[in-house]
Design a protein around this ligand. Structure first.
Ligand SMILES: [Fe+2]
Ligand SMILES: [Fe+2]
Length: 188
């Protein structure tokens, strides 16, 4: 598709999209054209669109802040909940999503196997908020994920168990402090 914008560039419909843009556009396309109706989804298409976009941009900022590869962070963020986006369910979605992510990345032909392995690992690890690892990309995706879910007013979205809630709150506190933001004590 060719851009019609006056500047000659229109994000996400440009002929010369970068590989991370193509991938992001693919995830949005998947959501907007999914055959899964709302009743078959544990979350909504609206939420997945907002959350996916939010996590991508927060991952970008954290990558800049931490000196992590920004493009890989964006791609891992776009794919982190790909199983939910495709199948509508959260059970084991991180590990299952890793397989879908690998297929998408391999089919794109745009990523080296080393890059694919790094991205897939971050997708597979992202639900383990209670694990604090040395893998910078995995930790960045976990942090971008929790940071996004604390930004919807006074409710904490998307945490999966009371046990994990502690780690969500710990990570939210740490990443907000890292960004110079005040703490968020009142998330119900
Ligand atoms: Fe997730
Ligand atoms: Fe998520």
């Amino acid at each position: 598709m060719t851009s019609k914008s006056p500047s000659g560039f229109h994000y996400f419909v440009h002929d010369g999209m970068h590989r991370d843009e193509k991938l992001q556009a693919g995830v949005i396309h998947e959501l907007l054209n999914s055959d899964l109706v709302q009743e078959e989804r544990e979350s909504s298409v609206q939420w997945e669109l907002k959350h996916s976009s939010g996590v991508i941009q927060l991952a970008r900022l954290l990558a800049q802040k931490r000196g992590v590869d920004e493009e890989l962070a964006v791609v891992a963020a776009a794919l982190h909940d790909i199983h939910v986006i495709v199948h509508g369910t959260y059970k084991d979605h991180a590990v299952l999503g890793g397989r879908i992510a690998r297929k998408i990345l391999e089919n794109s032909g745009d990523f080296s196997s080393a890059e694919i392995n790094r991205i897939v690992r971050a997708v597979e690890n992202h639900s383990d908020k209670h694990v604090y690892s040395e893998d910078k990309l995995s930790e960045l995706i976990k942090d971008a994920d929790v940071l996004d879910v604390c930004l919807y007013g006074d409710r904490l979205y998307d945490y999966k168990s009371e046990r994990l809630r502690v780690h969500y709150m710990r990570r939210i506190g740490a990443v907000r402090a890292e960004l110079g933001l005040p703490g968020k004590e009142k998330l119900s």
